[in-house]
Every structure is written in C-alpha cells, then in structure tokens.
Design a protein. Structure first.
Length: 108
C-alpha cells in the first residue's frame, strides 16, 4: 500500500515512468518499494456512441498520511505523467481505514 490505479494512459507510457515514479514516491512516503503498486486499468471510454480518449485519471488507495504528504504525492504523479506527454492529469485519493484493510485475514 499505496496502490495507484491509472486510467486513460497507455501501458507503455506507464512502463517508461514507473521506475522513476516509484523511486520518488518511496522517498516521499517513506515506505518500502514493494509496498507501492501500479495498475493500468484498460477501460474503454465512450461518449455519444464513440470510443474516446480521456484525461488520465489516477486513483490512489492508501492510508491517510496527512495533507502535506498527499500534496507531494499528487505533484510527483502529475509531473511524471506530464513528462510522458499528457498535459492534463486528474488524481483522487481513497483513504482506507486500517481496521477495514486485511492482509491474510488480519486487519492492521
């Protein structure tokens, strides 16, 4: 944890930025590298009966780390995705509660 779910961005672009992005997030969040996961969601976006491309949307599932850390994470994600050629980036955070998150049947 945290988990980033990326939509509206090509998998090859995520591969190109993944190492540097995870390196930076690991420093900001101060967590082991293997706690961070990136998932590219392959959804198709539709408008008026046509397939369309959309602004990249990144969902971050994580435990609350405070506004200052969240702001740094959002800035880092935005910067890396913009460097991959996407001008607009939307990010939203889902805050998980430790008592509701289980690993091997045990909550945190």
């Amino acid at each position: 944890m945290p988990q980033l779910i990326l939509k509206g961005i090509e998998i090859q672009d995520v591969k190109l930025i993944s190492k540097d992005l995870v390196d930076e997030l690991q420093e900001i969040i101060e967590c082991p590298r293997d706690y961070l996961t990136l998932e590219v969601s392959g959804g198709t976006f539709i408008a008026d009966g046509e397939e369309i491309s959309t602004t990249p949307m990144i969902q971050v599932n994580w435990f609350d780390r405070g506004q200052a850390i969240q702001d740094l994470v959002a800035a880092a994600i935005t910067r890396h995705i913009q460097q991959a050629g996407y001008s607009q980036v939307e990010i939203f955070f889902n805050l998980l509660e430790k008592h509701s998150y289980y690993e091997n049947g045990e909550h945190y």
